[in-house]
Design a binder for this molecule. Structure first.
Ligand code: ADP
Ligand code: MG
Length: 268
């Protein structure tokens, strides 16, 4: 059982050039991720979602406020930071940009297994790679292990990126718009995989999206973000079926029929 918490987090950016000004990308945000639960972070482009992901991954530092793992402020240096990176992993939006075209799938997966001390001998690495590929349903695994990114479809690449995120055996997974660059017809397959893994591994998942239908279907709780603030939050069904904030109502109105949307996504 693990908890990753934001407590009154602010992130201010300096926007340079003519008309330089400060921009509050994250404005007093508090929430918690727990193992075994999926939280959806929903909001339009520019609302601050990716900044929250970067803060959670420690790619950025908060201007103020605290990030706590199991009640303790997260380690920012050395071994503490390395430990943190074992436990909190990320799946990015763009599966094309996140894989190196010169390296095989096996290389992409063996590297984090080595780095995080989960395998060292050649036999261990091969077995580890095969196990990761099995978990993201890329079989036969020995065939996929040899492939290079250009030989894979977008959905298969995103599965490799998910396998790589699983390599250090994390407790938390941050997925920033993980299917928005994929063909509509394969999105649901990748989201179902994430949901299966979340259950199998008891992961805590932050699912970042602007799609209310999948947010409702795949999450326990929804946080609605607008201009750096969480303007509404609650159990997924409550937020979608009975939105209180004007902005959530607008989002809900823009996605009028979640059931139909899911059917479209599954290609039915
Ligand atoms: P979202 O992921 O919801 O689209 P972002 O978190 O990427 O939103 O961005 C939130 C706001 O912060 C935007 O106005 C964006 O332009 C701004 N922003 C993000 N990163 C930086 C940066 N490094 N410097 C200045 N402004 C930034
Ligand atoms: Mg973003």
């Amino acid at each position: 059982m693990s908890t990753l918490e934001f407590r009154n987090v602010f992130k201010r950016y300096r926007v340079r050039g003519k008309g330089a000004h400060d921009l509050l990308a994250v404005n007093d945000v508090s929430f918690a991720l727990e193992s075994g639960k999926t939280v959806a972070l929903v909001g339009q482009s520019g609302s601050g979602k990716s900044t929250i992901a970067k803060l959670l991954l420690q790619l950025e530092r908060p201007t103020s406020g605290q990030i706590l793992l199991d009640g303790k402020p997260v380690g920012r240096h050395g071994n503490a930071l390395r430990d943190y990176r074992h436990r909190v992993q990320m799946v990015f939006q763009d599966p094309f940009a996140s894989l190196n075209p010169y390296h095989s799938v096996a290389h992409h997966l063996a590297r984090p297994l080595k780095l995080h001390g989960r395998a060292s001998t050649r036999t261990e690495l091969e077995a580890g790679v095969a196990r990761l590929l099995e978990r993201v349903r890329l079989t036969p695994t020995d065939e996929f292990a040899q492939k290079h990114p250009h030989e894979l479809s977008g959905g298969q690449r995103q599965r490799v990126a998910i396998a790589r995120a699983l390599a250090p055996a994390p407790t938390m997974l941050i997925a920033d718009e993980p299917v928005s660059m994929l063909d509509v017809s394969i999105r649901l397959g990748v989201l179902n995989l994430l949901a299966d893994l979340q259950r199998e591994e008891n992961l805590g998942v932050l699912y970042i999206t602007h799609d209310l239908a999948t947010a409702r279907h795949f999450s326990d709780e929804i946080l609605v973000m607008y201009r750096g603030q969480i303007v509404e939050r609650g159990p997924a069904d409550d937020v979608i079926l009975d939105p209180q904030h004007e902005y959530t109502k607008l989002l809900a109105a823009a996605a009028p029929n979640p059931e139909l949307r899911l059917k479209q996504l599954s290609g039915a």
